[in-house]
Design a protein around this ligand. Structure first.
Ligand SMILES: C[S@@+](CC[C@H](N)C(=O)[O-])C[C@H]1O[C@@H](n2cnc3c(N)ncnc32)[C@H](O)[C@@H]1O
Length: 234
């Protein structure tokens, strides 16, 4: 369990966790449970009901480090994001898994950017085929590199404008790329009957949009309330 409390700086956005890191350093034996402070993304995975294996935890940690290093230098995420990788990016992405049906096979991440939420989902859901779609060539180069260095066999990259997709897919996820009104017709035309679209953005209050059902994630998970918009194809 020590790896969940100690480890890399990107997992430690708060002062309590920094204290835990110091304790880990000064006290090399396993710490009593009182001192274990879980990263938000582990809390999100528990909330979703995922039983992550050590290899998945290690890959998620490597992805977080890649985001704060190569992806940030290349402009794939903003320069001020390093303190928010755990909560705002990894944990927030994992929450999409709450609404991905068990029997879904393929998932498209539309406007993936630096791989959010698609790469955390590919790590957590190895039995799903994840396709990361983006129209920006530099983002696509970054995504291909991330998929290669993380060794994600269930993840591929598609360099295309969302408007040019033609598909028949089980699940669409999209975060901070298209507004719900833009994503809805795309999802209607690309999802199979019974398919699911999941959308999220940086909302400060509850979003309600025609055609979407709003799901609230309680604040004990990410230390703030977040929302997902869900659409099920008839
Ligand atoms: C603000 S970034 C968000 C990236 C990521 N989803 C996240 O949550 O950090 C928006 C991304 O969507 C991509 N994008 C926007 N419109 C698109 C479109 N019509 N087709 C494909 N990609 C698009 C942009 O190139 C950019 O990488």
């Amino acid at each position: 369990m020590k790896s969940l409390s100690g480890g890399s700086a990107f997992l430690k956005p708060g002062s309590t966790t920094r204290a835990t890191f110091l304790l880990d350093f000064l006290y090399p034996l396993p710490l009593p449970p009182l001192f274990h402070v879980k990263p938000h993304w582990i809390r999100a995975a528990e909330y979703v009901g995922l039983d992550l294996q050590p290899g998945q935890i290690e890959t998620m940690e490597r992805y977080g480090l890649w985001l704060t290093g190569e992806a940030m230098r290349a402009g794939g995420i903003g320069p001020d994001e390093s303190e928010r990788i755990d909560q705002r990016h990894l944990a927030d992405s994992i929450l999409f898994a709450t609404e991905i049906p068990d029997d879904a096979r393929d998932v498209w991440d539309l406007g993936s950017g630096a791989g959010l939420p698609g790469i955390p989902l590919a790590i957590c859901l190895p039995e799903k085929e994840i396709v990361l779609v983006d129209r920006a060539g530099r983002r696509v180069d970054l995504l291909r590199r991330a998929v290669r260095i993380l060794g994600l066999a269930n993840c591929s990259v598609c360099h295309r404008d969302i408007a040019d997709l033609s598909g028949d897919v089980d699940v669409i996820v999209s975060r901070a790329s298209l507004i719900p009104e833009e994503l809805l017709p795309v999802a209607r035309s690309q999802l199979r009957p019974g398919g699911t679209a999941i959308n999220a953005g940086s909302w400060r209050s509850r979003p309600d949009h025609d055609g979407w059902t709003t799901i609230e994630i309680p604040p004990h998970v990410l230390d703030q309330t977040v929302w997902l918009l869900i659409m099920r194809q008839e």
